[in-house]
Each structure stands twice: as C-alpha cells, then as structure tokens.
Design a protein around this ligand. Sequence first.
Ligand SMILES: [Zn+2]
Length: 120
Amino acid sequence: MRGMLIHDNNNTVAHKHTELMKRFHNKGTLWTAVHRIIETPLFVDSQLTSMVQVADLWSYALRRYYENGESDLLDILFVRADRKGSVVVGVRHYADLACSCKVCVAHKRPALPTATLATP
Ligand SMILES: [Zn+2]
C-alpha cells in the first residue's frame, strides 16, 4: 500500500514541504525511512476539498485538546476515529509511554489477563 500527502494550498509552505518530502525520501526522517509515500505532496484549495476540511477540523480539535485541555470538540470526533477491535488506530499521539491522554489510552491494547501460577 502506498500513501499520498495532500496539503491545503499555501504558497508560503508549498515549496518548503515539497523539498522536505524529497529529503525524507533520500535520507528518511529522524525515525524511519520513507518508502510508501509518494514523493511530491499535492496542494489543493481546502474550500473545494471536503477531506482537507475534515483534516483541518481534526487538527483544530486535537490542538485545542493538547494546548488548552479542551475536549468538547474532540469528544464529538473521537467516537469516529478508526479502530481495530477496541484499539483506536486512526489517531496517534507520539509521546512518552506513560502518557495518559485520551488518545494514548485508547491506543493501548487491553492488557492480557495475567496467568495465575498453580501451585502443586
Ligand atoms: Zn498521549
């Protein structure tokens, strides 16, 4: 599977983001190589592209949650986050493993039941 980045058209950052993606393709990011994302991002007018508007809404809700501690909007959206079973996989927060924010808590797999050792 391959992915593509679609950005809101912004002439100020379009050139910068295109060059950044080329660099990621050549050298990878701080964390990993980039093999499955098409090299050049597409820039679209967000007023004409509903999926970019949805991404903007999510970004706004997440920013309000992490910067201001406001969860009203995120609570409405979060029930629609992609899940695999009961684990939220459509939204990630890359933070310390001890983070207890709603995104990290929802992303953690439920703990497996601990085995009880039977004594002979
Ligand atoms: Zn977190």
